[in-house]
Design a protein around this ligand. Structure first.
Ligand SMILES: Nc1ncnc2c1ncn2[C@@H]1O[C@H](COP(=O)(O)OP(=O)(O)OP(=O)(O)O)[C@@H](O)[C@H]1O
Ligand SMILES: [Mg+2]
Length: 255
């Protein structure tokens, strides 16, 4: 279980991005975090794995305060997380194999054969078997996302954090990534946070939606409750971010 309590974060003194975020993510749950660009979704995710330190408030993972952990314990905790960064964030100078093996090399003492086997297995899961020796520059955007996903899965994490897994992909590729995330969530029985403004993902793969607005969680509830909300802020968000993708898919979104 991840508990986020009264989280505050400012940058450069005056940019108060998080203004008291409260959110509990139950074990086994898949939750979407939505909100306007720049509202602090990525900043929030980075606090969960201790890449950013809050000005106030806390994040606990299975009862452990992330920001009070000693360095070794923080690394151990990070090993239980898979993180698909916004834009995939692969290292261009490394092969696909080296990119996927990164977290394994850091956290485990596995021999070459075991590394090879795990990398091959994770590439198969994301539907890209045999591309170990390619460089990220040789891959399409969708393939890069899937390699990023394979890297996130490499350590068989208990927690998966996805930051905009389908942004910048065409609808067909987005569907494939959504389906993969849904499959992975089910197979691993992982607890997942999906940051997205893709309404299609929201309605199809998550148990709950949390919407950030003005530095706080403005709404948290089922996708159905989110979609049918009469709250003007939510309606405005759905109208602006939901219509574009849904129109591409021929879906209707209540504005
Ligand atoms: N390390 C940092 N230093 C200074 N400002 C930052 C830093 N990280 C984020 N910010 C600022 O915090 C705000 C929130 O950023 P964040 O990346 O969390 O937005 P987001 O909700 O993920 O947006 P998007 O949907 O575009 O990805 C932005 O104004 C951003 O410029
Ligand atoms: Mg972001």
């Amino acid at each position: 279980m991840i508990e986020i309590r009264n989280l505050h974060k400012s940058f450069n003194g005056d940019l108060h991005v998080l203004r008291g975020v409260d959110l509990t993510i139950e074990t086994g749950e898949t939750i979407a975090i939505v909100g306007q660009s720049g509202c602090g979704k990525s900043v929030l995710l980075k606090h969960v794995i201790g890449l950013l330190t809050p000005d106030e408030g806390e994040v606990t993972v299975d009862g452990k305060n992330v920001h009070a952990l000693k360095e070794d314990d923080l690394y151990a905790l990070r090993g239980r997380f898979g993180f698909l960064f916004q834009g995939a964030a692969l290292f261009d100078s490394m092969t696909v194999r080296e990119n996927i093996a990164l977290g394994l090399v850091e956290n485990h003492s596995l021999d070459e054969d075991a590394l090879r086997r795990i990398v091959a297995e994770k590439l198969a899961v994301v539907g890209l078997p045999g591309i170990e020796n390619k460089k990220p520059s040789e891959l399409s955007g969708g393939m890069r996302k899937r390699v990023g996903l394979a890297r996130a899965l490499a350590t068989d994490p208990d927690y998966l954090l996805y930051d905009e897994p389908t942004t910048g992909l065409d609808p067909v590729m987005s569907d494939q990534i959504d389906a993969l995330i849904a499959k992975i969530t089910e197979q691993l029985n992982a607890t997942s946070i999906v940051v997205t403004h893709d309404m299609f993902s929201v309605y199809n793969i998550v148990h709950r939606v949390a919407m950030m607005h003005e530095g706080r969680i403005y709404f948290a509830g089922t996708p159905e409750a989110f979609q049918s909300s009469d709250d003007p802020v939510i309606r405005d968000f759905i109208r602006r971010f939901g219509t574009e993708r849904s129109a591409q898919r021929g879906m209707e979104v209540r504005g």
